[in-house]
Design a protein around this ligand. Structure first.
Ligand SMILES: Nc1ncnc2c1ncn2[C@@H]1O[C@H](COP(=O)(O)OP(=O)(O)OP(=O)(O)O)[C@@H](O)[C@H]1O
Ligand SMILES: O=P(O)(O)OC[C@H]1O[C@H](OP(=O)(O)OP(=O)(O)O)[C@H](O)[C@@H]1O
Length: 229
């Protein structure tokens, strides 16, 4: 057997992940054509590279099909129930920073905090006869956060992309999404609630608590982690 390392095959995190391992003496490289998802690891034996989408890495770790995986800390928390019983955070990697936040229209001048949102939500329901809609793809994280903060009078509507556009399109009144430069929020006339930070995410190396290991794999993994951390 081999120790399996899952890394993002494309998207924001891929290149920086390759650089991060490179700086630690582990060469990750794609092999074959541009479009072929084949890869190799240089500088260490017994480790196999598996190219996956960032969004699928949490599931693969939880299923024990990979031993180590790189993805955003937001994605692990969103995709896995009781995430820390299924995976272990090995190392924050210092890139892929993004904040999951709750934002409302700039023109809601009386709404700057979660308490304000709660009050606005009750008023909204009384006026419109349905609950205020918050668009997001982070259902688990947002629901848990709002429950802990005592906000209840809302409904989540699913948005898998262009989430900030839902307010203008009148399919939601507020959004919960990732922000990095803040440009997309600004361009869509949205403001972040002052206490509306749900999670500060960054790329993270995770270890599966579920993946089986032979004695040899265990030694390989220990040696490999020694190089990385
Ligand atoms: N500006 C940003 N917008 C969205 N995600 C960001 C941003 N900056 C960093 N991230 C992080 O990047 C990760 C998502 O990476 P990426 O966008 O490459 O994957 P994806 O396209 O969503 O996933 P998949 O490959 O599954 O389609 C998340 O952990 C997210 O927090
Ligand atoms: O703060 P900013 O730097 O503007 O970045 C934030 C935006 O980037 C992401 O969208 P992405 O580009 O992944 O497209 P999406 O709308 O399809 O999710 C995220 O969902 C925000 O919309």
């Amino acid at each position: 057997m081999t120790v399996k390392l899952g890394v993002p095959s494309k998207g924001r995190l891929m290149e920086k992940t390759f650089d991060w391992f490179g700086k630690r003496g582990v060469g990750l490289r794609r092999t074959g054509s541009d479009r072929e998802y084949a890869a190799a690891v240089d500088g260490v034996t017994g480790v196999e590279l598996v190219l996956l989408s960032a969004g699928e890495i949490p599931r693969e770790l939880a299923a024990g099909r990979i031993h180590l995986g790189v993805t955003g800390s937001d994605l692990v928390r969103e995709k896995l129930a009781a995430w820390d019983t299924q995976v272990e955070e090995v190392q924050l990697m210092g890139f892929g920073h993004a904040d999951l936040i709750i934002a409302v229209p700039n023109c809601w001048v009386d709404v700057d905090t979660l308490d304000d949102l709660d009050a606005a939500a009750a008023a909204f329901r009384a006026t419109h006869g349905f609950r205020m809609r918050i668009a997001t793809k982070y259902h688990r994280l947002v629901r848990e956060f709002l429950r802990d903060q005592g906000v209840a009078d809302y409904q989540l509507v699913d948005s898998q992309g262009a989430t900030e556009g839902t307010v203008k399109n009148e399919t939601a009144e507020a959004v919960a999404d990732i922000t990095s430069s803040g440009e997309t929020l600004r361009a869509n006339h949205l403001k972040i609630l002052t206490d509306g930070l749900v999670h500060k995410s960054q790329a993270t190396l995770f270890r599966s608590r579920k993946a089986a290991l032979s004695d040899t794999d265990r030694d390989t993994l220990t040696e490999f982690l020694g190089k990385l951390t």
